[in-house]
Design a binder for this molecule. Sequence first.
Ligand code: PEP
Ligand code: MG
Length: 604
Amino acid sequence: MEQRFKGIGASPGIGIGEVVVIKDKRPRFIYQFLLNTDANQEVKRFQQAVQKVKEEIDQLKNNLSYKAPFKEVKQILETYKGILSDPMFYQATINRIKEEKINAEWALMKSLQKIEKIFGEIEDEYLRQRVQDVQHITNRILNVLNPNHKKNAQTFTGGILITHDLSPAEAIKLSAKQISGFVTETGGLTSHVAIVAQALNLPAVVGIKGITEHAKSGNLAIVDGQKGIVIINPTVEVLNKYKKKQKQYHIFCKEIGSYAHLPAQTIDGHTLKVMANIELFEEVPSILELGAEGIGLFRTEFFYIQQNVLPDEESLYQYFTKVVKAVHPHPVTFRTLDFGGDKMTAHLDLGKEVNPALGLRAIRFCLKQKDIFKTQLRAILRASVHGQVRLLFPLISSLEEIIETKQILTSLKKELAAEGYTFSSHIPIGIMVEVPSAVTLIDFFVKEVDFISIGTNDLIQYALAIDRDNEQVAYLYEPLHPAVLKMISQIVDAAHKKGITVSVCGEMARNPLYVPILVGLGVDELSLKAQNIPLIKRIICALHFKKIHSLVQKLLTMGSAQEIKRCYLQQLRIWLKDLEGFIDYDYITAEGRNERRRQENRMH
Ligand code: PEP
Ligand code: MG
């Protein structure tokens, strides 16, 4: 009998194949007191197992392809290595073996239980769930300690894997086999297995509690990673429908991939530049592969967050130079430090603020902590000789901030020249428009800068008074709010009057639902997570600029998001008919967006 299950679509695509169910949650082993065995010998056994796991992780890391999300997967593997040497985990286990005279497995389980208890008391859901990393690492050590324990996963030879839980390391290993899809009982959209599945382009559905009890090895199953549906024993009719869908999906994926290195040009010849948002240097190879025409937003604060101390000018210069050289001849847009708000770092004391989103963040922080700001600017200026550099200042809300920043820049250039350093003579200066006051004063601001970049994440937050991270009001966070569209239109008009370009680098720029509106509003550049670049280029190529521009003019006369959406969607579905499977139309409704959010937060 056909059975259907609904979970969280964690990685798109359609997988069809024979099921392999793995119910084992943890390798079995015996709890033993060390009677005749020397405790030191048992410690050595444990240490060797840890060493082997470390080597396995290094091997996985070295074999990782640079495809997105390379950065996330690498970070997960680094977290694993961190756990292996954490005193609460590693040294505590050794102490237990010696003091309690118990075998390594037992001691290890005791360490895990203590850590589970501590994590269990953490209030933050996401952090609390990170205990899964410790559990995964424990399982790997247990497997090494008991090499005879054959976990089914190791004998898995292909098909659809249905399991309770899957560590990212297991998922990466399994990808070498003929796997057609993953289904897990645990996990959410942000869980590691979801991230890995996306990196490997494998369909995955997570969060279906109890599915290992319903599915049997040998059953036929369909995994719809886009919709989060798993069908066991499908009828012939359903199977044929999904086979067709799978074929179409593969054709589209191939076709979309071929757009990576094509210009983003509408049917009637209107071209946009499509660039990438990055946070770390490691992302550079993959963004170029995916067709980025430069970096439109380099969130420089992440390099600082990674360090234990504030980086000095020399290390910043070296780091920025690496990026500039690697991206050359394309430009790199360095967004200066955007600390404060939701981005904090342990080695900067920003003080306690009642309302950090309205507090000392971004340019305000930099103009207060001038030494930190100047060090960063000097490093960027010096790196500019190695390629194309643009400077972007975040959260500008007044003319005074622009003037003061430019004065600092001019004096730094003089200082550097006097010290014998060289830098590019033309570094375009841009501001991020993220605050309503910047929109109101845009006619003045465009006279002072070379380009504008709209940070829609913050602009929507501040224009609609909706905390971008607050779930309670997430349903009000509306990119198609008429006020938001009017603001973007006003910015584009003012910039174009002055002959300067407008980029959008917020999340709106990577969503296939919103890009057509941005094109119609006349935006010149988009900067987004590189993974979406081929799809976004494909969408732009399917549009007719004159038609979408005139539709947007009509939308700008409407007073409610509901009305805008009704009119817009009707047209969009016709224009993008071929791309139906790639557009999450549910996302356009507040319920759809909220459901997506709930899914992201639902971690089992
Ligand atoms: C934005 O606000 O849209 C933006 C791109 O900046 P961030 O998300 O880093 O605040
Ligand atoms: Mg911002």
